[in-house]
Design a protein around this ligand. Structure first.
Ligand SMILES: [Zn+2]
Length: 477
């Protein structure tokens, strides 16, 4: 029998053990949320504390973990479970341990308290992404516990049933580009990252549309290019306004830059919309097909009709290269006409758009008059990444979702933002966003990212852990 049709590996784990694993997972998540591993770190330290806490949790199950501290106070942690080596390259379980800041005054629970209320674990990192950190740790611990129960040492012996190694890497600094986290590991210890494929954040989370649960698995993410545009005008006295006031010119530049671009349907998003349309049928299918019709007006109307505002923003971002002017500096004093203004622009690139093409688009939007009056500098850029959906790992993830929710619809999707997957792609390791959670229909998961009252449901975790366990065991077993 092919592996993909074999019984769910998780069915060999009894209910009592799943309950204990869930409880331990929640304790891990709470412990990690209580470590304020905020990025940018001020002062550094909590990221290292989090890495050490993870190493200690793994050590409690006999797993040897290594903590690296490339910059004082900032740590990443890696570990390896050995397979018997007959199954091919390892599977990498990747996660980041840093979080974005949270100001407690707008929260109903302490963002770093790890409080459990109303069926949720509250706290910064609950979905981005200490939840998956805790789930990945729990899968590793369950396998290590099995080995120890069989009289083996998981630090050195092969784990029974594993044919590939499992790598765990939980890194610092993802929220600021990853240079002090996965970037450093990729440069200095790529052996901890080299794998047949990686499981990473932000996919495999249920999204209910027209009464059906879709499980978008992230297989691609947009690239980015950040530009600093300096608009040159003429300094002067505020009492005598002039049209080449750099602030006025910058305002016009921003107006031109911020128009929505032309939609373009990439192969990943075409597959997503077509798979969703085929599964949903009815009016939803008509609307989903309209989104990829190439008719911008019909696509816009369909997005408004089918999507909540937050998902509408995501859909629009996934159908075009985006340009968001996010920083503006001009002026020194109220009565001095500024001769210079600076605009920082965040551009996100679809697969198929490279940085020179994005820059050309910026120049088209600005128009010849403003291009002539401006200096455009590239601040930073990373290309889009795409992992194959025609791969054993992707098919394993689909299978694991369907085993966990036979009515669910797994399908590939792109993320509008960037993750550590970009660095992995440099090593030739394809990354799949797979953080399986089954949410209540009314939940709006995307809004929880970096949001106020970030939280994850206990039931969602209870569903997700066996699904992640299945995915890992099906691929590695
Ligand atoms: Zn994240």
């Amino acid at each position: 029998m092919p592996r993909s049709e074999a019984a769910r590996p998780s069915s060999a784990v009894n209910a009592e053990r799943w309950a204990a694993a869930h409880d331990r997972l929640v304790r891990t998540l709470v412990e990690l949320i209580r470590i304020p591993s905020v990025n940018p770190p001020d002062p550094p330290g909590p990221e290292l504390d989090a890495a050490r806490a993870i190493a200690a949790l793994l050590a409690a199950s006999g797993v040897h973990a290594t903590v690296y501290e490339p910059t004082p106070g900032r740590g990443s942690v890696v570990a390896r479970l050995r397979g018997d080596g007959t199954g091919g390259e390892p599977l990498l379980l990747l996660a980041h341990l840093d979080v974005v800041p949270a100001s407690a005054d707008r929260w109903t629970h302490d963002p770093f308290g790890g409080e459990i209320a109303d069926g949720y674990v509250y706290g910064r990192g609950a979905v981005d992404m200490k939840d998956l950190v805790a789930m990945e740790i729990e899968v590793v611990r369950m396998l290590a516990d099995d080995a120890r129960a069989a009289g083996l040492d998981p630090a050195t012996d092969a784990i029974p049933g594993l044919r590939r190694d499992i790598l765990l890497a939980v890194t610092a600094d993802e929220e600021a580009g990853g240079l002090d986290g996965i970037g450093w590991l990729a440069d200095h210890h790529p052996e901890h990252l080299r794998a047949a494929g990686a499981l990473n954040e932000s996919g495999g989370v249920s999204l209910e549309i027209a009464g059906r649960r879709l499980y978008p698995i992230q297989v691609a993410e947009k690239g980015y290019a950040v530009y600093k545009i300096t608009v040159h005008g003429t300094w002067g006295h505020g009492s005598m306004p002039r049209p080449d006031n750099a602030a006025v010119m910058a305002a016009e530049a921003i107006r031109r830059l911020a128009v929505p671009g032309t939609p373009r349907v990439t192969p990943v998003m075409r597959t997503f919309f077509e798979a969703a349309a085929a599964a949903l049928g009815g009016e939803a299918a008509t609307l989903l097909r309209a989104m990829t019709s190439g008719d911008a007006g019909r696509a816009e109307a369909a997005i408004d009709r089918l999507c909540t505002p937050v998902y509408a923003r995501a859909a629009r971002a996934l159908l075009r290269d985006t340009v968001s002017p996010n920083v503006i500096h001009a002026g020194v004093k109220y009565n001095v006409i500024p001769g210079e203004a600076v605009i920082e622009v965040d551009c996100r690139l679809l697969p198929g758009t490279d940085e020179p093409a994005m820059r050309a688009e910026i120049e088209v939007r600005l128009g010849p008059d403003l291009v002539a009056a401006s200096t455009i500098e590239l601040v930073t850029t990373m290309p889009p990444v795409v992992a194959s959906i025609d791969s054993p790992l992707y098919r394993t993830l689909e299978r694991a979702i369907l085993d966990g929710d036979p009515d669910g619809i797994p399908l590939p999707v792109m993320a509008p933002f960037a993750t550590d997957a970009k660095t992995l792609m440099r090593l030739g390791v394809p990354a799949y966003g797979f953080s399986p959670l089954r949410l209540a229909p009314e939940e709006s998961y995307l809004e929880r990212y970096h949001g106020v009252d970030e939280r994850v449901g206990l039931d969602a975790l209870r569903w997700g852990l066996p699904v992640l366990y299945d995915a890992v065991l099906r691929f590695c077993g």
